[in-house]
Design a binder for this molecule. Structure first.
Ligand code: BGC
Length: 743
């Protein structure tokens, strides 16, 4: 009897234990891959279909029955976009979705400091976490091929090496916060005009050497958990379901184990989406396309149409299961990773501080004739600030990266604060540009309307400028259509709103003119030699005014370097010189073929080959102090393919202010079986020096730095022979070189 009772008790105990044991997919002591398989095995066909497409503008369904939460994503890449309604592009009207705007990615790239990129990803990740977003749609790394591209401000410049080094820490830091980065727009989405119709024709070499490296670094080194397909086509197939780009290169060659997300409305075909590597479909309108319709999300290509094909027996669940595995992996990395105890922060002072530091380090001092800058606030009495961009809020507009900020300090406010009450700061408008200040239901609340005639505005500016100690002109572009804005490209390279005329008139009456250009792109500067100082001020986000003012007065010593070549005119750009933009419409008027005729010769690769002097070279940027670079030394000059080479150079701050210099290492192949650029960036390091201080900067490279993409072998190849390693502080200021031989 006792025995029976004992057995019953034991059985009851075991049963209770079993009931308390978590199923594998919920047990975080189990390996993730095991949990994925367990979750997958419990899901119905409907549930599987549900998790691979959107259920609202920015979310996809989880599996409620199993306790897997809905998945939330948001733009990206400069701050967390405010919430829109479930199914409308209108503001949901939340009161807790104002954010900190970080500087645009061109500015981040201009810091040439991977540490800034880490800080960026971490702080933005914290904001995303607070806002309950599991994935941020960014960063973007499409190469700056033409300065007309409306979206260059969201990317990291023209050089594949620079963009690669700068994208990785952003991803790592953000994902350390438990928020997925979704790298975009993969690939060849290098201009906005006709982005849904452009079919890019590009050589394999240019594809691999110029357009893919930053994506590859994001995936292979950054271990990005998601990537977004571009809107455009490559080899006549849309990039959101492009067999070569997604199946062959991304998933096979780079072993990407994350999720391929379609750009919003970038999916066009169910069967291609099934077989060519797309994992999650999102859309702009409810039928997955970009046209409005009353259809529901059920009509997405990866929704009912997919289920129907499975039911009809055309497809098994093989491809579906593979997509769902990736989606589940994304859950376990983000929404189902409960190891992250922090809830994130929104608009913390630390985030503003990060935004300001990145902005200060990214601002580029392009020209400083007669050391006009920095402004000495103890000597200056009257400063006249001119231009719409001194007061215009720039965080609203530009397309999907538009934000609703808690605060944005304008350049004028920043200058007034930093100069204090003893200095008289006067503002004049100078020109009227875009006075709208509204995007997608978010309004700046600014009234910029000024009905006065242009001649009156100019006359006023000239009169005030005449007697000023300094004139600071804030001009450039803004985030309205056909400027630095998604959806279209700029129509011309010149400054809009007749700014050239106003600036030249001012320059005639005052020698102390500082021109601050606000943009994500280069612009024509026919008056370059008539103004003393030129500063590239990007779109700097919440802390714009503070950062710009501190550089102008020298509290921050500028250390930014251009991440792209600043051309004098469009004729100096490969894509334009060869008439290779925006492409040629096919007879059916549905596709426009854009052949990248310049091949690998993008940016400085093009200008150097063709002996074109840009206004400002790639890698250029001045400081308020002076650096002296010593002679470059390589630790070995004869190497084999498995060796590393350490290149060292002494850098001394010979001026009287603390500052930072970016040491740049370019490789030049002296003789090769293929045509190679005169030089290519293969290493850089930013070094901070006190006055009088010297540091030895060492950069390690290996055979990858000597290689080119061999189109025949379909692989990277370093050919034996002589190379020169060039060191300098700009692509057009090489101070020392050393020869090495690859055996
Ligand atoms: C843009 C993406 C963006 C998405 C969602 C698209 O139009 O190209 O960059 O992430 O919209 O807003």
């Amino acid at each position: 009897m006792k025995k029976v009772l004992f057995s019953i008790l034991l059985a009851a105990f075991v049963l209770t234990l079993a009931a308390q044991t978590l199923p594998i997919y919920l047990d975080d002591t189990r390996p993730v891959e095991q949990r994925i398989e367990d979750a997958l095995s419990r899901m119905t066909l409907e549930e599987k279909i549900a998790v691979i497409h959107a259920q609202s503008k920015f979310s996809s369904a989880g599996v409620k029955r199993l306790g897997l939460p809905d998945f939330w994503t948001d733009d990206g890449p400069h701050g967390v976009r405010p919430d829109v309604f479930w199914d409308e592009w209108e503001q949901a009207g939340q009161t807790n979705d104002s954010c900190v705007a970080f500087p645009a990615l061109t500015c981040l790239a201009a810091t040439w400091n991977p540490e800034m990129s880490y800080i960026y990803g971490k702080n933005l990740g914290e904001e995303a976490r607070y806002r309950g977003k599991h994935m941020i749609l960014g960063p973007g790394v499409n190469i700056y091929r033409t300065p007309l591209n409306g979206r260059n401000f969201e990317y990291m410049g023209e050089d594949p090496y620079l963009a690669s080094r700068m994208v990785v820490p952003y991803i790592q830091a953000m994902q350390n916060e438990g928020v997925a980065a979704c790298v975009k727009h993969y690939a060849l989405n290098n201009d906005e005009e006709y982005r849904h119709q452009v079919n890019v024709i590009v050589s394999d070499r240019a594809l691999h050497e110029i357009y893919l490296p930053a994506f590859k670094a994001a995936v292979v080194e950054g271990k990005a958990w998601a990537i977004m397909g571009g809107y455009n086509l490559y080899k006549n197939q849309h990039n959101c379901h492009n067999k070569i780009l997604l199946n062959n290169i991304l998933k096979k060659d780079w072993a990407f184990d994350g999720v391929v997300v379609s750009d919003w409305g970038g999916t066009h075909d169910t069967e291609e989406a099934i077989t060519n590597g797309l994992d999650m479909e999102f859309g702009t309108w409810t039928n997955g396309l970009t046209m409005g319709t009353s259809n529901a999300y059920d009509n997405y290509y990866l929704a009912m149409p997919y289920k129907k094909l499975i039911k009809e027996g055309k497809y098994t669940t093989k491809e579906l299961d593979e997509k769902v595995r990736r989606v589940l992996r994304l859950y376990y990395r983000t929404s189902m990773d409960f190891s992250h105890k922090n809830h994130g922060f929104l608009c913390s002072e630390a985030h503003y501080e990060a935004a300001r530091r990145i902005a200060e380090e990214g601002i580029v001092l392009l020209q400083n004739t007669g050391n006009l800058l920095p402004i000495d606030r103890n000597k200056v009495k009257r400063v006249v600030v001119v231009g719409e961009n001194a007061i215009k809020m720039m965080t609203v507009g530009g397309g999907s990266s538009s934000l609703k900020v808690q605060r944005e300090v304008s350049p004028l406010e920043g200058i007034r604060t930093i100069l204090g009450e003893k200095v008289q700061v006067e503002y004049v408008r100078g020109y009227v540009g875009d006075v709208t200040g509204e995007y997608n239901g978010v309004s700046t609340g600014q009234n910029l309307v000024d009905e006065r005639k242009p001649e009156m505005l100019t006359a006023e500016a000239v009169e005030k400028a005449r007697t000023a100690d300094y004139v600071i002109f804030f001009g450039g572009l803004n985030k309205s259509d056909y400027q630095d804005c998604e959806g279209h490209d700029r129509k011309y390279y010149e400054l809009p709103y007749d700014q050239d005329r106003v600036l030249e008139a001012i320059a005639k009456v005052n020698k102390n003119v500082v021109y601050v250009n606000i943009s994500g792109n280069g612009v024509a500067m026919p008056w370059k030699d008539k103004v003393a100082a030129i500063v590239q001020g990007w779109f700097l986000g919440s802390e714009a005014g503070h950062a710009l003012a501190s550089v102008l007065v020298g509290d921050a010593n500028p250390s930014g370097k251009l991440p792209f070549t600043w051309y004098a005119g469009l004729k100096d750009v490969g894509a334009h010189a060869l008439d290779a933009y925006p492409g040629v419409w096919r007879d059916n008027e549905k596709i426009i073929d854009e052949e990248y005729k310049e091949g690998i010769y993008v940016g400085y690769r093009w200008t150097e080959k063709n002996k074109i002097r840009p206004l400002f070279a790639f890698g250029h940027g001045l400081s308020y102090t002076t650096f002296k670079l010593g002679k470059v030394i390589a630790d070995r000059t004869e190497i084999s393919a498995s060796d590393n080479i350490t290149v060292s150079v002494d850098v001394t701050n010979v001026g009287s202010r603390a500052g930072a210099e970016v040491i740049q290492l370019y490789v030049s192949d002296k003789k090769a079986s293929v045509d190679r650029p005169l030089k290519e960036l293969k290493g850089f390091k930013k070094v901070f020096l006190q006055p009088g201080e010297t540091k030895t900067v060492s950069i390690v490279i290996d055979k990858d730095a000597l290689s080119f993409y061999d189109e025949v072998a379909k692989a990277w190849k370093a050919e034996a022979g002589d190379f020169e390693l060039l060191v300098g502080n700009s692509s057009d200021n090489i101070t020392s070189r050393v020869k090495v031989t690859l055996k």
